[in-house]
Design a protein around this ligand. Structure first.
Ligand SMILES: COc1nc(N)nc2c1ncn2[C@H]1C[C@H](O)[C@@H](COP(=O)(O)OP(=O)(O)OP(=O)(O)O)O1
Length: 193
């Protein structure tokens, strides 16, 4: 972790200043010529964080926030609300808290993912065909009986930006992955608006 301001890689968009960068890996950043837009949303409440166990498709067997592709005509904020309802059965006043950019070798398009969070929600959390929702401790309550965030069963990038997210910082970053899901190179930073 450093406080110096390196130039962030292509694909990382931000306003203001960046700080607390963390970076690693070797070789050049992977090239891309197409970008697809996605969302990912978390509910965080009273020392707990809601994650979903991905039951099918991309990211199968990993825990993540709830989200998916931004459909034509939608804003990312609208897509985030829709995807949360489709995947966990709830609605929430989501606000954007970060932006991530990923490239996976072998896929034609890069992922540009807007990350959202809310501290409250409406409705009853349900398991869906796509996601199995589970609560975890966010680490802020040492007396919590909930399991810790299962970083070993999450995308490898999460361990770098999740601490920024849990500290209520805006974050941005990029990770390049091999075809078998190993992170080859990464850069993440906190954004000061
Ligand atoms: C590669 O690194 C990634 N890290 C993290 N933390 N999250 C990622 C990564 N790559 C993708 N994601 C997120 C982005 C989305 O929230 C989901 C994938 O969405 P999905 O493939 O399920 O989206 P849709 O095609 O819309 O799904 P359905 O049409 O089946 O609902 O993972």
């Amino acid at each position: 972790m450093s406080n110096t301001t390196e130039i962030p890689p292509l694909g990382v968009t931000y306003e203001g200043k960046l700080t607390h960068e963390v970076s690693g890996g070797e070789g050049p950043w992977l090239p891309f010529d197409k970008v697809k837009h996605y969302t990912n949303a978390f509910i965080r409440q009273n020392g707990k964080i809601l994650l979903g166990y991905k039951k099918r498709g991309f990211g199968l067997g990993l825990y993540n926030g709830f989200g998916g592709k931004v459909e034509p005509g939608e804003t990312s904020a609208q897509a985030a609300v829709r995807e949360l309802e489709e995947e966990a059965g709830i609605t929430a006043p989501l606000r954007r808290c970060g932006s991530l950019f990923f490239i996976l070798q072998g896929l034609e398009a890069a992922f540009c993912i807007e990350i959202f969070v809310a501290e409250e929600y409406e409705g009853t959390i349900i398991e869906t065909d796509e996601m199995g929702p589970e609560w975890f401790s966010d680490g802020s309550d040492p007396s919590s009986d909930l399991p810790p965030i299962p970083l070993k069963q999450m995308w490898a990038d999460d361990e770098f930006w999740m601490p920024m997210f849990l500290n209520n910082r805006m974050f941005v970053g990029r990770g390049d992955f091999s075809e078998d899901g190993k992170m080859l190179k990464y850069w993440f930073g906190e954004q000061i608006l």
